[in-house]
Design a protein around this ligand. Structure first.
Ligand code: GTP
Ligand code: MG
Length: 198
């Protein structure tokens, strides 16, 4: 059975007026373009093909809302840091993200998805700084860990944890090998208020 049996796609929004009603609790997945956000959502929710994935960076250009049940949601945000997009698209992305992060009352937690081979880019740091200022709890998902040896993965995780301190929790993850699923689901449930404590 799926970890979240009621998970379903709600809508894609290109502007704030298209966002779903701002009630309940919502957890956002943000990260660089092509980092593996949509794949991570599918793996964590246990629903292949729920969020659209692609080999082409910049695939998710909209804010995609998924329901996990009454008043509980996950959002798949458009990736940042992809150089080869027109200026107008990049500007629109910035406005959409501003609208989302500055107004979303139901935002209860943020997963920052990073390629474990290139963690904590400038953009990731910016996102982390924003979330910290907003008092939004953050979990760093170091994905594509299957691309690293065990030793290199462990060293990366240690370095990331040292760098962020208590600003965020962090873990290794692979959507390809389904590693780190239990840990990610524990954090998601905690952000959604489905579990207490750490
Ligand atoms: N090896 C490996 N590849 C992965 C993993 N997760 C995602 N990928 C691949 O990385 C590429 C991008 O994955 P997506 O999940 O679409 O990435 P995204 O962050 O949603 O991308 P945008 O929506 O374009 O910003 C795809 O080719 C995936 O198959 C993983 O854990 N391991
Ligand atoms: Mg995507």
């Amino acid at each position: 059975m799926s970890a979240y049996p009621d998970a379903e796609f709600l809508t894609s929004a290109n502007k704030r007026s298209q966002f779903v009603p701002d009630d309940g609790r919502e957890v956002a997945f943000a990260g660089r373009s092509n980092a593996g956000k949509s794949s991570a959502i599918n793996a964590i929710l246990g629903r292949r093909g729920l969020a659209r994935t692609s080999k082409t960076p910049g695939r998710t250009q909209l804010v995609n809302f998924f329901s996990l049940g009454e008043g509980l949601r996950v959002t798949d945000l458009p990736g940042y840091g992809f150089a080869r997009v027109p200026e107008a698209v990049r500007r629109h992305w910035g406005e959409l993200m501003d609208d989302y992060f500055h107004h979303r009352q139901s935002l209860a937690g943020l997963f920052i998805v990073m390629d474990a081979r290139r963690p904590l880019t400038e953009f990731d740091q910016g996102m982390l700084g924003w979330a910290r200022a907003a008092g939004c709890p953050v979990h760093l998902l170091l994905t594509k860990a299957d691309k690293l040896s065990r030793g290199a993965g462990a060293a990366t995780l240690l370095a990331v944890r040292r760098e962020v301190g208590d600003a965020a929790s962090a873990q290794l993850f692979s959507a390809l090998k389904n590693t780190g699923l239990d840990e990610a689901r524990l954090v998601l449930d905690r952000f959604l208020g489905l579990r207490n404590g750490v």
